[in-house]
Design a protein around this ligand. Structure first.
Ligand code: HEC
Ligand code: HEC
Length: 360
C-alpha cells in the first residue's frame, strides 16, 4: 500500500495524518475508518472540514485583483493559439467545472482521450493532472500555454505570440500592473493569475459539510448511513480520505479500458514502476453529482455505475491497487445509500457571474 502512496505524498499530509492518528502513515488510512461516531458535529468527524481558503504560495499570495484578473483570463479566447478556445470551453461552471463529456474534445474535434477533471478544490491538492505530472496550479497554468496544451491544440501558434497579443490589450497591461506590480504580462504572471482564480473555486459547504459542523438536518438518515457504508463496509476511505476525499496517490482500479492493448498507462508515464501501469490520480468527490460521466476514460455514466464497479472489485484485475477492496458483498440498499451520500457532497453556490473582458 505504501507503494501506491509513496510517489506523491506530501510531507505536510504525512505529518497531518500521523498527528491525527498518532500512529505511522502506513496504517493510518485503515485504522482511521473505525474511529468515527456518525453523529452531526461529532469531534471525530472534524478532520473532514476543509480550511476556509486554499493555501497560496508565498510568491502568489491571495488578492481580489489577482482573482478577478485570473477569472477574466480563464474565460478569454485570446489566451488560445487559435483565438477560439477558452479554459472554460472544457471546464465550465454549469458542468461542475468539467465538460459533461466522456473524454474531452479539442479544437477541430480531436479527442484528448481523457476526461476533463473538475477544477473544484484543486487548490488543496499537491498533485495535478490524471498522471500527477504537475505539482501546483501555477506550473499547470504555465504548461497550459504550451503548444501541446489543450487550449492550444490544433494551433501552431507559440505561447510567446499569445503573450505578445495580450500585451497589445491595454486593459490587460493595466490590470497586470495592478495585480502583479513590476512583474509584467508574461507566461508566469498569466499562470499565477489563473491559479489565483482557480483557488477560489471551492466546495466546502455541502450538506455533508454542514452535518459535520453540527447541523443534524443537513443530511437525511439514508445519507448518514451512506457515509457509514462509504467508510466502513465499502472502504472507500482507503483512498478517498479526509478532508478532500483524496489521498494524493495513484491507483489502478481495474477499469475495463485497462484491458485494451493501447490503454493509457497513466502514472506509469511519470514513474516507471509496474504497479503504476493504469494507475490514475484519486480525484475529490465534492460536487461529484455535477460531473458525470466518471473515471479518466468516462466509462461510468452515473454514480450508480461507479458504485457497481467498486462492488465488483474492478473488471480487469491484472494490476489492481492493493488497497482496492475485493469481495465487498454490498447489498442493493448499501449501494443506494452510498449514492445518496455522494449526492450530499455538492455545495450550494450563487449563480456564477461571467467576467467582462478588457476589449483594448
Ligand atoms: C480541450 C479541453 C480543455 C481545455 C481548453 C482546458 N483544459 Fe484543463 N484539462 C483538460 C483535460 C482533458 C485535463 C486532464 C489532462 C491530463 O490529466 O493529462 C485537464 C486538466 C486540467 C487541470 C488539472 C486538473 C486535475 O484534476 O488535476 C487544471 C488545473 C486545468 N486543466 C486547468 C486549465 C486551464 C487553466 C485552462 C486554460 C488555460 C484549461 N485547463 C484548458 C481539458 C481542457
Ligand atoms: C484503491 C483506491 C480507491 C478506492 C478504494 C475507491 N476509489 Fe474511487 N477513485 C479512485 C481513483 C484512483 C479514481 C480515478 C480512477 C480512474 O479514473 O482511473 C477514482 C474515481 C472515483 C470516482 C469518479 C471521480 C471522477 O471525477 O470521475 C468516484 C465517484 C469514486 N471514485 C467513488 C468511490 C466510491 C464510492 C468508493 C467506495 C465504494 C471508491 N471510490 C473507492 C480510487 C479509489
Amino acid at each position: 500500500m505504501l507503494l501506491q502512496r509513496v510517489n506523491k505524498v506530501s510531507v505536510k499530509r504525512q505529518r497531518r495524518l500521523a498527528q491525527t492518528m498518532a500512529i505511522g502513515l502506513l496504517f493510518a488510512p485503515m485504522l482511521a475508518n473505525a474511529e468515527y461516531v456518525y453523529e452531526a458535529g461529532h469531534a471525530s468527524l472534524k478532520e473532514w472540514l476543509l480550511p476556509e481558503a486554499a493555501p497560496s504560495p508565498d510568491d502568489n499570495k491571495f488578492s481580489e485583483k489577482r482573482v478577478s484578473l485570473g477569472k477574466q483570463l480563464f474565460f478569454d479566447p485570446r489566451l488560445s493559439g487559435t483565438g477560439q478556445v477558452t479554459c472554460a470551453s472544457c471546464h465550465f461552471p454549469e458542468r461542475g467545472w468539467a465538460d459533461g463529456l466522456p473524454t474531452a474534445v479539442r479544437f477541430l474535434g480531436k479527442n484528448v482521450g481523457l476526461a476533463t477533471p473538475t477544477i473544484i478544490n484543486l487548490g488543496y491538492n499537491d498533485t495535478l493532472m490524471w498522471d500527477g505530472r504537475m505539482p501546483n496550479l501555477e506550473k499547470q497554468g504555465f504548461a497550459g500555454q504550451g503548444k501541446p496544451a489543450d487550449i492550444n491544440a490544433g494551433s501552431t501558434v507559440e505561447p510567446e505570440v499569445v503573450i505578445e497579443r495580450l500585451n497589445k490589450v491595454k486593459g490587460y497591461v493595466k490590470l497586470f500592473e495592478q495585480a502583479y506590480p513590476g512583474e509584467g504580462l508574461t507566461r508566469e504572471s498569466v499562470a499565477k493569475a489563473l491559479a489565483s482564480f482557480e483557488r477560489t473555486i471551492v466546495s466546502r459547504t455541502s450538506p455533508f459539510d454542514q452535518w459535520v459542523k453540527g447541523d443534524k438536518n443537513a443530511m437525511n438518515a439514508q445519507q448518514v448511513n451512506g457515509f457509514k457504508v462509504f467508510v466502513e463496509k465499502a472502504k472507500c476511505t482507503n483512498c478517498h480520505l479526509a478532508p478532500n476525499f483524496n489521498d494524493g496517490g495513484f491507483h489502478n482500479i481495474g477499469l475495463k479500458s485497462f484491458g485494451d492493448a493501447d490503454h493509457n498507462p497513466g502514472r506509469f508515464k511519470q514513474k516507471k514502476h509496474k504497479s503504476m501501469d493504469g494507475a490514475f490520480k484519486t480525484p475529490t468527490l465534492r460536487d461529484i453529482n455535477q460531473t458525470a460521466p466518471y473515471f479518466h476514460d468516462g466509462s461510468a455514466a452515473t454514480l450508480g455505475d461507479v458504485v457497481e464497479h467498486y462492488a465488483l472489485g474492478g473488471v480487469v484485475k491484472t494490476n489492481l491497487s492493493p488497497t482496492l477492496p475485493q469481495d465487498l458483498a454490498l447489498t442493493k440498499q448499501d449501494k443506494e445509500d452510498i449514492v445518496a451520500f455522494l449526492n450530499a457532497l455538492t455545495s450550494d453556490r450563487p449563480m456564477f457571474v461571467y467576467p467582462v473582458l478588457p476589449q483594448n
